[in-house]
Design a protein around this ligand. Structure first.
Ligand SMILES: NC(=O)c1ccc[n+]([C@@H]2O[C@H](COP(=O)([O-])OP(=O)(O)OC[C@H]3O[C@@H](n4cnc5c(N)ncnc54)[C@H](OP(=O)(O)O)[C@@H]3O)[C@@H](O)[C@H]2O)c1
Length: 260
C-alpha cells in the first residue's frame, strides 16, 4: 500500500516570518495578512524612514503578534549577508521568508546601462538568492515565497533591467525549489496591476483595466490570499501563481516598434 503523509495542521499561528520591504505598500499588506493569521513578523526595511516600520509594528501588535524591525540595504552585500542571522537573533525562529523588496526603474534595451542592470539584478534577484540560501542553512525548514511580476510571462519593453531581474528571480524560484527540497518549499506570486507606481494614481490602473481579461485591476488582498494559500500548502513547490486577472495571457505590451 502506498504511504500517505498524515494530515498536518494548516494553521500558521505561532510561526515567524521575515518579510522584506515590509514597511510600505505590498510588503506591508503581506506582513499584516500574515499577522492576522497569527504569524510573528520580522519587518525588513531598506532604511527606517518616516516611522513606517513602527506603524506596521503597532498594527501587528493590535493583531496580537510580535514584531521586530531589521534593516539591510540590498545594494550592500555585507549588509544582506547577515539579514537571516540578525532576524533569527531577534525572533528566535523563522519558518517563512517572503522576498518582496525590489526596485522598478524604467529603461529600454537601447538605453539600459550596466550599472542599472546590475543594480536591478542585485536587489531583485541576487540578494533574495543569498537570503534564501541563508534561510535554508539556518532556519533549516519552512517556506519561501518570491514576489515576481506577471510580466515574467512575456516582455516589458519599458523596464528592461527590471524584467531581466524578475526573470532571474523566477529561475532562482525554480532551482531553489529543487535545491532546498524536501525541507523547504519555494514558490512565487506574480502580481499584475495592483498598486500604482510612484507618481501615478489609481486612475492609471483603471485606464489599464481593458488590458486585463477580468477587466479590472487587483488589490493587495489578491496577492496576500495567494501567499496564504501557498503557505498553507504542504505539497506545492516551484510554482508561480499569477494574481493578475489573467493579464499574463494577453499581448498587452506594445513592443519597441509600435510607432514605425
Ligand atoms: N505594485 C504592484 O502593482 C506590483 C506589480 C507587479 C509586481 N510587484 C512586485 O511586488 C513587490 C512589491 O511591490 P511594491 O510596489 O509594493 O514595491 P515598492 O514600493 O517599489 O518597494 C518595495 C520595497 O523594496 C524596498 N527596497 C528598495 N530598494 C531597496 C534596497 N536597496 N535594499 C532593501 N530594500 C529596498 C523599498 O524600500 P525603500 O522604499 O525604503 O527603498 C520598499 O519598501 C515587488 O517585488 C514588485 O516587483 C508589484
Amino acid at each position: 500500500m502506498m504511504a500517505v503523509r498524515a494530515e498536518t495542521s494548516r494553521s500558521l499561528a505561532g510561526k515567524a516570518a521575515l518579510v522584506t520591504g515590509a514597511a510600505r505598500r505590498l510588503g506591508r499588506a503581506a506582513a499584516l495578512a500574515l499577522g492576522a493569521a497569527g504569524v510573528h513578523i520580522v519587518i525588513h526595511d531598506h532604511q527606517t524612514l518616516h516611522g513606517d516600520c513602527e506603524h506596521v509594528c503597532e498594527e501587528l501588535g493590535k493583531l496580537g503578534v510580535n514584531s521586530w524591525i531589521v534593516t539591510a540595504d540590498f545594494e550592500d552585500p555585507s549588509d544582506y549577508a547577515t539579514l537571516i542571522e540578525r532576524s533569527l537573533g531577534v525572533s528566535g525562529r523563522l519558518d517563512i521568508l517572503i522576498n518582496n523588496a525590489s526596485i522598478f526603474v524604467p529603461d529600454t534595451i537601447q538605453d539600459a546601462g550596466f550599472t542599472s542592470a546590475v543594480r536591478h539584478l542585485q536587489i531583485n534577484a541576487w540578494a533574495p538568492l543569498v537570503i534564501s540560501r541563508d534561510f535554508s542553512r539556518l532556519a533549516k525548514s519552512g517556506k519561501i515565497i518570491n514576489v515576481l511580476d506577471s510580466r515574467v510571462s512575456g516582455y516589458d519593453w519599458r523596464h528592461f533591467s527590471y524584467i531581466l531581474s524578475k526573470l532571474a528571480l523566477r529561475l532562482v524560484t525554480e532551482m531553489t525549489a529543487i535545491e532546498f527540497a524536501p525541507d523547504i518549499s519555494v514558490n512565487a506570486v506574480a502580481p499584475g496591476l495592483i498598486l500604482p507606481p510612484p507618481g501615478k494614481d489609481i486612475g492609471y490602473l483603471e485606464g489599464l483595466a481593458k488590458t486585463v481579461p477580468l477587466n479590472r485591476h487587483g488589490g493587495t488582498r489578491d496577492i496576500t490570499d495567494a501567499m496564504l494559500f501557498l503557505l498553507q500548502s504542504d505539497f506545492i513547490t516551484g510554482q508561480i501563481i499569477y494574481a493578475d486577472g489573467g493579464r499574463h495571457l494577453m499581448e498587452y505590451d506594445d513592443g519597441p516598434h509600435t510607432d514605425r
